[in-house]
Design a protein around this ligand. Structure first.
Ligand SMILES: *Cc1c(COP(=O)(O)O)cnc(C)c1O
Length: 243
């Protein structure tokens, strides 16, 4: 449900309440769930409003847009952490390392190696998540579950990246379908995490759930939800915003 009325601070509060309720339903502690406001296509002024209202985590999906926006947004009372939630092309990796603390979209061992080298050069440590293609869509970004082990093994050997966990972007829900349609995908990601955890990989974070289904994601164990429209309102039509 996307509320169009109301101010950004009000919508932010509503999203927070819905996360807290979903957490309680699932017997979870709401303060273990990080709300990332996805600010792609949103003006700096509107992003700043959310930050002043206490939003401490922001996500962008394109390095180029983030490069313009990030220096213009002032950290609020709760600080500010930037997350790259969209696909990362190898030629943008250096900029991404300079701009973001978290990268949710590592999907090849090659990209992991490159990020590690660039993080070392920059004297930084990055938190990364491995993006998994949970629905097996041929057109989607993300690694096939069968190849996840390879990437995790590579990541375990890298000193400048901390592997926080797994991320997924399930298929877009057709108009009017219930949020619960995403549940099997969230379950699949959580089950994958559990299976690799039992093989000795510590993967505490699950980045899953967007405006249309974040409550379901919280019920299924999300630690990071990536919410754009429910906080900032509808974006301009795709085309202008795609990428
Ligand atoms: C845009 C985007 C989101 C947020 O989507 P909304 O439907 O606006 O909540 C989350 N994750 C990724 C990877 C995105 O590109």
């Amino acid at each position: 449900m996307i509320t169009q009325g109301g101010s950004i601070p009000l919508r932010l509060e509503q999203v927070r309440d819905r996360i807290a309720e979903a957490a309680r339903r699932a017997g979870r502690t709401p303060d273990r769930i990080t709300l990332i406001g996805v600010s792609k296509t949103i003006s700096t002024a509107h992003v700043q409003e959310a930050v002043e209202a206490g939003l401490a985590d922001l996500g962008e999906n394109r390095v180029q847009e983030a490069e313009e926006k990030i220096p213009q947004v002032r950290p609020g009372p709760a600080g500010l952490t930037w997350h790259l939630v969209g696909h990362l092309q190898r030629n943008k990796a250096r900029k991404a390392v300079a701009l973001f603390s978290w990268i949710h979209s590592v999907d090849t061992a090659e990209l992991a190696l490159r990020l590690d080298r660039l993080a070392a050069e920059a004297g930084r440590r990055l938190d990364v998540l491995v993006e998994v293609n949970v629905a097996d869509e041929t057109t989607k970004q993300g690694i096939h579950p069968a190849r996840l082990g390879q990437v995790l093994e590579t990541l375990a050997s890298l000193e400048n990246l901390r592997v926080a966990g797994l991320m997924a972007v399930p298929p877009i829900l057709p108009e009017g379908s219930p949020a619960a349609a995403s549940r099997p995908h969230f379950r699949r990601l959580a089950a994958l995490r559990d299976s690799w955890r039992s093989r000795g990989y510590d993967l505490p974070a699950l980045s899953m759930g967007m405006s249309d289904d974040f409550e379901v994601a919280v019920e299924e164990g999300a630690t990071h939800v990536r919410v754009g429209r429910a906080i900032f309102g509808e974006r301009p039509p795709a085309g202008a915003a795609a990428g």
